[in-house]
Write a protein that binds this ligand. Structure first.
Ligand code: GZL
Ligand code: ZN
Length: 327
């Protein structure tokens, strides 16, 4: 039974139970594959960062724990590989499809094919820009604009009362991805009021450590006075630290560094004073994804947006938190 909720209810709904997208399937309790085990097809972005490998681990481990038969595909960062993986899941007749869209656009056709095959789709980690939100049941992931805002808010506080110009360089995530678009926007909006702040360079490092290093090298060569680096993930920040040290500068002191994710390597650099502030982005979406997959397969109502809980860390907090980090 499908219910069409009003646009007002569907828009802006956060992680509250009972509010719903449409029920999955036609409400039958069985599964399309006929046996009692749910088959979940998952298309992963790739293995570009510590966050991504932790996310993959969470999905694989929680599928096993939930008794869900996981068909897992790694797209090596290419949208065409994700689209063909999803088409493969449709041909196999899996019960549920989930994926982390590498970029926001270009998904409507394949999502329509899944809908025509009556296979429910769950978005995890990153969002798509499809206008037709009936093409997927829910999106479980972070608010990346909020993450960028948290980074900007910290910087504004850090320079409160000071009047000198602050030159900022930015290492963006994968071009066209939701986290890169939104972390850039959230940060820029948060610092806009302070005219001393100037983003003098902003370029993608594709969420990769190696690219973060090479792009930071070009920033250092072209921009003599860099005060702050804002990197959209820890991995690019860690690569940049190598470049900063090779240039004879002290990361965290000569150049203040803000990153996003809070993976172990990032938290270690934060505790060591090489990074100044980290905005957490949790990769541990596996358990909630499996719970949502079961509900969708059973035709139960689920929220159309599930927001992941996450926080921020200063250098002091990192010292105590580090031993607790799972990833
Ligand atoms: C964010 C995720 C991003 C991480 C990066 O949810 O999509 O992709 O911040 C990862 O580390 O590569
Ligand atoms: Zn996040």
């Amino acid at each position: 039974m499908r219910r069409n909720l009003s646009a007002a209810v569907l828009s802006g709904v956060l992680a509250v139970s009972a509010l719903a997208g449409c029920g999955g399937g036609d409400g039958d309790s069985g599964t399309a594959s006929g046996d009692d085990k749910i088959t979940l097809g998952f298309s992963q972005v790739g293995a570009e960062s510590g966050w991504r490998t932790a996310n993959t681990k969470s999905i694989q481990e929680s599928a096993a724990a939930a008794g869900i038969d996981l068909k897992f595909s790694d797209a090596q960062g290419k949208q065409e590989n994700q689209i063909s993986a999803i088409r493969g899941f449709i041909t196999q007749g899996v019960d549920v499809i989930a994926f982390s869209p590498v970029v926001t656009s270009g998904w409507d056709a394949v999502l329509q094919e899944a809908k025509d095959a009556d296979i429910p789709v769950i978005l995890t980690d990153r969002a798509v820009d499809s206008q037709d939100t009936s093409l997927y049941k829910t999106f479980i992931g972070s608010d990346f604009v909020e993450e960028g805002k948290k980074a900007g808010d910290w910087l504004v506080k850090e320079y409160e009362g000071k009047s000198e110009p602050v030159n900022i360089v930015e290492l963006q995530g994968t071009t066209g991805s939701a986290p890169a678009n939104d972390r850039q926007k959230g940060f820029a909006d948060a610092i806009a009021a302070n005219t001393n702040f100037k983003i003098v360079k902003s370029q993608t490092g594709d969420f990769k450590r190696a690219d973060g290093k090479t792009v930071m090298e070009t920033f250092l060569q072209s921009t003599p006075d860099i005060d702050v680096l804002y990197a959209h993930n820890d991995d690019m920040g860690l690569g940049a630290i190598e470049a900063i040290e090779a240039a004879g500068k002290k990361p965290g002191t000569d150049i203040k560094i803000i990153t996003v994710d809070a993976v172990k390597d990032g938290m270690t650099a934060l505790a060591d004073g090489k990074i100044n502030y980290i905005v957490e982005c949790s990769p541990l979406l596996g358990p909630q994804l499996m719970d949502l997959a079961k509900k969708v397969d059973a035709g139960e109502e689920i929220p159309n947006r599930v927001l992941t809980e996450e926080t921020t860390f200063t250098q002091e907090q990192a010292k105590t938190e580090l031993p607790n980090r799972k990833y």
